[in-house]
Design a protein around this ligand. Structure first.
Ligand SMILES: *Cc1c(COP(=O)(O)O)cnc(C)c1O
Length: 473
């Protein structure tokens, strides 16, 4: 029971009732436009939360509490408005991180979106053999394409690269030892750390070498009759400089062949085209890992590849077949949307010259700085009327990051619009932009909100200008 503090009693007595709240014009409009019972429920919960807050507030805070009908109704309406709007929706990425994990990593190519849209108009040919009419194998949608593009014998897809890593380790090395260099015991974030993944896959981690240098004889000396696998992990999100040394994959593969042990390569991002063709640092190529002799290679579908979330495994057919038979594969399998988006994305790579036009990630990476600057100037011009008197705008050079652990330590030169609000703090403007429609994600640099045009799609400048005006208004 609540104490008898008079202020608490007063607040509880003044708390509006449900009928008053439901009849408030803002709430009423929402109840008419959206499922009424859902809106009613949200309002009831908001009222209940207020009652609870009054009951639990320490005495010294009671004086500052407010149970005004108007305020409560507006808050409930705001809550309801947000609850009925799509929670997962389109966003504008002006934050300048191309593979922004929290914004869904790679934006899909139009071809991939269209493929998903077409496939999902009705039933699909997901896992049926059209010759026999019997149950088929969903992995076959991408097997040939993956083999052609990477040079591997076969390929399959699972939920993501974390799943791919665990699945390979579990299939090839459960209950046995896996040798990996100390310099490659990476943490990707989101609780993906190689030693933990190893343990959960049922394998025993055998670390060799030192943090900065590992030699071939370190691996060789660690091989016992219990060794099942040699693992290389691409140190995707950090770089070591100075007195460092890793064993080239080709040498590790040769050792594996000599000792009858499979070699696995976790590439992380893994690219299918060489970025150095566009003057960028090279991200390891999947086809090079295959050529260098890795028996199984895994990489993400939604990092550099530019496809849907997925973990792609390519390699020797015999090993891929063993992986397919692991019951975990069933638990980690992808759905029809993934296969149709991935198939369409992979097909873009059959015509590599066209990639920068049709592949959003490669388009962003390869857009000429002069073109990014022009779009920044366009945004500044479009936004100027809505910002007049409220913020100062300037176009300045900036830097775009690859994100998702790709090209660590490297940035791509870009152009940004710097927004210096006059009455709001940059943090407040950033929050208002995120809460807008569509939500806009920016970054803060030198006490200004920065909008990086390299990750803003051509054509989005107008909506971005409108969002900025709304957030400042
Ligand atoms: C990103 C990454 C993973 C995890 O991939 P997800 O697709 O995010 O599951 C695993 N290993 C490495 C080396 C990575 O860079």
């Amino acid at each position: 029971m609540a104490d008898q503090h008079p202020l608490r009693q007063q607040l509880l007595a003044r708390l509006p009732g449900m009928p008053a709240l439901l009849n408030h014009p803002e709430v009423k409009a929402l109840r008419e436009a959206h499922p009424t019972l859902f809106v009613n429920d949200l309002v009831r919960r908001e009222l209940e939360a207020m009652r609870q807050a009054i009951l639990e507030a320490p005495e010294e805070r009671l004086a500052g509490m407010d149970v005004d009908l108007e305020r409560l109704a507006l808050r409930a309406a705001d809550l309801a408005r947000r609850a009925v709007a799509p929670s997962l929706g389109r966003a504008v990425n002006a934050a300048g991180v191309i593979l922004h994990t929290a914004l869904g990593r790679a934006p899909l190519a139009a071809a991939a979106r269209e493929a998903v849209n077409l496939a999902l108009q009705g039933y699909t040919t997901l896992a049926i053999n059209r010759d026999t009419g019997r149950r088929g194998d969903r992995h076959l949608h991408t097997d040939r394409l993956l083999a052609h593009l990477t040079g591997a014998e076969a390929g399959i897809v699972v939920n993501n690269n974390a799943a791919a890593t665990m699945l390979i380790l579990n299939t090839l090395a459960a209950g046995r030892e896996v040798i990996v260099s100390r310099g490659q015991l990476v943490e990707i974030g989101g609780a993906f750390r190689i030693p933990d993944v190893m343990a959960r896959s049922g394998c025993k981690l055998v670390e060799v070498g030192t943090t900065n240098r590992t030699h071939l004889h370190d691996y060789e000396n660690a091989i016992t009759e219990n060794t099942a696998l040699l693992l290389r992990v691409h140190t995707s999100n950090y770089r070591m400089i100075g007195f460092t040394g890793e064993v080239p994959l080709a040498d590790l593969a040769e050792l594996g062949r000599r000792r009858g042990l499979p070699v696995m390569d976790d590439l992380g991002s893994g690219a299918l085209v060489d970025l150095s063709a566009w003057g960028l640092p090279k991200e390891p190529l999947v086809q090079e890992s295959v050529r260098d002799g890795a028996d199984v290679v895994c990489f993400s579908g939604d990092k550099m590849l530019g496809g849907p979330q997925g973990g792609i495994i390519v390699g020797k057919r015999a090993l891929i077949e063993r992986i397919k038979k692991n019951p975990l594969t069933r638990a980690l399998r992808c759905d029809k949307m993934t296969y149709s988006a991935l198939e369409a994305t992979l097909k873009l790579y059959l015509d590599p010259e066209k990639l920068p036009q049709v592949h959003p990630v490669l388009r962003m990476i390869t857009e000429e700085p002069a073109s990014v600057r022009r779009r920044a100037q366009t945004l500044k011009r479009l936004a100027a009327p809505g910002c007049a008197g409220r913020a100062d705008l300037a176009v300045t050079p900036g830097e775009t990051e690859m994100g998702s652990g790709s090209l660590p330590g490297k940035v791509i030169p870009s152009y940004v619009v710097q927004v210096r609000p006059r009455t709001l703090s940059p943090d407040d403007l950033g929050q208002r932009l995120r809460r807008g429609d569509p939500p806009v994600f920016s970054r803060i640099e030198d006490e200004a909100v920065v909008l990086d045009l390299r990750t803003v799609f051509p054509g989005e400048e107008r909506v971005l200008a409108a969002c900025l005006a709304a957030a400042l208004g």
